[in-house]
Ligand binder design. Sequence first.
Ligand code: ADP
Ligand code: 5GP
Length: 203
Amino acid sequence: MEKGILFVVSAPAGCGKDTILNELFKRTDKAGYAVSATTRAPREGEINGVHYHFLTREDFSEKIKNGEVLEYTEYCGNFYGTLKKSVDELILSGKDAVLKIEVEGAMNIKKMFPEACLVFILPPSLEILEKRLRGRGTETEEKICERTLQAKNELDYAKNYDYLVVNDDLNDAVEDVLAVFRAEKLRRERCIGLIEKVCGDLN
Ligand code: ADP
Ligand code: 5GP
C-alpha cells in the first residue's frame, strides 16, 4: 500500500487551525489528525485521545525516554509532543497524517522528514487575530497577552513553509488547505511510478 503524506499545519494561537481542520476532516476521509501529547489541562469539550493525549509531566517524560516522541517543545508553560505511534498508524494505513504543531516542531519535522509538506495559516491582520483569540474565551487575559506576543514571533517563521493560507473567509481557507493536500498528492516525486504504470516501459 502507498504510504500517506505527512502534512504539518501551523499558525499562531487564534488564527483558526482548529476551526479549519475540524471543517476539513468533515470534507475528506483521506487525511487523519495525528493526535499529540500534552501536559496542558483539557479545555471544555476536549476529549482525551481525540484532541490530545493529556499526560502528566512524569508520563510525558517517560514517553520521551522510551523514544515514543518524534519531537516536542515547551509552549507557554506546557509540553507538547508528536507521538510516533499517532503518525505511523495513519501513514502506514495509506492515510495522510496532519500534524497541528507550532513552528519549531514543524522545522524539526521538516529536518527529519524532508518530504513533509508544511502549511502555515495566516490571520487577515494582527488586530483580527487578537479579536478572535479574545472572542474564543478559553484563555485568561494573562494567557491572551502571552499568546499574542508568541504569535508575533511565530509569524516570522511563515516564510519557511511550503504554502501560506490566509484565514479570512473560513470556507475559502478550508478549500485552500484541501487544494494544497490534493496538489501535493500529484507532485511528480510522489507519483513517479504512474508514468510506467500508464505508458509501460518506454525504452
Ligand atoms: P487556533 O486553533 O489557531 O488557536 P481557533 O480555531 O480556536 O484557533 O480559532 C480562534 C477563534 O477564531 C475561534 O473562536 C473561532 O471560532 C474563530 N475563527 C476561526 N476562523 C474564523 C474565520 N474565518 N472567521 C471568523 N472567526 C473565525
Ligand atoms: P493549544 O494549547 O492551543 O492546543 O496548542 C498550543 C500550541 O502547541 C499550538 O501552536 C499547537 O499547534 C502546538 N502543538 C500542539 N501539539 C504539538 C506537538 O505535538 N508538537 C509541537 N511542537 N507543538 C504542538
